[in-house]
Design a protein around this ligand. Structure first.
Ligand code: MRU
Length: 349
């Protein structure tokens, strides 16, 4: 099952279908799921067969094209009305990662702006989904290069801690935070990645550790609660995480546990970077309190595998994301460069 992660693409358009790497089955099984109907794409996003903000955006773009393909009418106005319904259903799959909404908005804009008949609009939609995918790979590569230039300069190679999965699987390819880590590895600046396991879905253990292992990047798996201890022991030089949505003031929503990681970085004076494409910034939100936080099935926390781990009848709370205040973020690494969170808006001009 050894694969080069750089040749892994979470989403692939192949013979008129979308192929997804089933991220719920890794690392045990490397399975490809073929999707040809938009409803199945909505299920794949909701059930996290495909996950990670940029990958969700790409998947949703193809999902909208699949929906467009299924619409039978040749009348432009009816077609656009049906397409809006598909878009709305896709938007309802997951609430936090703004890339989902960004990709759907971009696709709809193309649908409205494309002149000509319905088949012409459908063609334009497929092309746009493919462009979103190709652009994301180029964006991640740029993030990797910009990130490399801000890593701390130390006499020894760096130990970098990360949270959740931000690699090839979470994007169209290469990765955001893991893209920076990959660049550091290629440039001989990296000693080791410390991968938080990332309770409850274990993206760190199942996906980040797997991606690093496939590429022979030295990786040590720790539970989330071990990060502070590792910092206290002087084992960590920097933290880099991804993002699901960044508000205009730099407050950043990412996988639950990211906020506590940023707090302990601050305490130990360790730089804490967020790596994300500009499509993850939501300038319509002033601050992080406005970011919708997904709550997931409590079964994710009350059982491990099939085994229930707590008394029956207790209450549960299972937020999938938290918001790291901008004040705890050293810099936001994007495809256009790295800025302090309060200077995000400068990137757009
Ligand atoms: O619930 P997930 O697995 O979709 O959450 C993913 C994350 O939180 C990632 O860190 C984020 O999407 C950035 S991926 C480049």
């Amino acid at each position: 099952m050894l694969k080069s992660v750089q040749s892994i693409y979470s989403v692939v358009w192949y013979q008129d279908k979308v192929r997804l790497v089933d991220q719920t089955r890794l690392p045990g099984e490397y399975n490809i799921v073929e999707i040809s109907r938009w409803e199945d794409m909505a299920i794949a996003i909701k059930t996290m067969i495909v996950r990670g903000a940029p990958a969700i955006g790409v998947a949703a773009a193809y999902g909208l094209y699949l929906g467009a393909r299924e619409i039978k009418t040749g009348k432009r106005s009816l077609f656009l009305a049906e397409l809006e319904k598909v878009a709305q259903s896709l938007r309802e799959t997951r609430p936090t990662a703004v890339n989902l909404f960004w990709a759907i908005a971009r696709m709809l804009q193309i649908a409205y702006e494309t002149m000509g008949d319905v088949p012409t609009i459908k063609e334009a939609l497929l092309l746009t989904a493919q462009n979103i995918q190709a652009e994301d790979i180029a964006t991640c590569e740029a993030i990797g290069k910009h990130g490399l230039s801000v890593l701390p300069t130390t006499p020894e190679r760096l130990n970098i801690i990360t949270h959740c999965n931000t690699g090839a699987l979470a994007t169209a390819g290469y990765g955001t935070a893991l893209g920076v880590i990959r660049e550091a590895w290629k440039s001989d600046r990296l000693a080791r990645v410390y991968a938080d396991e990332t309770r409850p879905r274990l993206q760190g253990a199942k996906l980040t550790a797997w991606e690093c292992f496939q590429e022979e990047i030295p990786v040590t798996l720790i539970t989330d609660s071990m990060a502070a201890h590792c910092m206290q022991q002087g084992m960590i030089h920097a933290a880099i995480v991804g993002a699901d949505r960044i508000a205009a003031n730099g407050d950043t929503a990412n996988k639950i546990g990211t906020y506590s990681l940023s707090v302990i970085c601050k305490y130990h004076d360790i730089p804490f970077y967020v790596a994300a494409p500009l499509s993850t910034i939501d300038f319509e939100l002033n601050d992080g309190s406005q970011i919708p936080i997904e709550e997931r099935n409590p079964a994710e926390i009350y059982q491990i595998g099939e085994t229930v781990i707590c008394p029956e009848g207790i209450e549960y709370y299972n937020p999938a994301f938290d918001v790291t205040p901008a004040a705890l973020i050293t810099g936001i690494i994007t495809e256009k460069g790295t800025v302090e969170p309060q200077n995000l808006v400068k990137l757009c001009y």
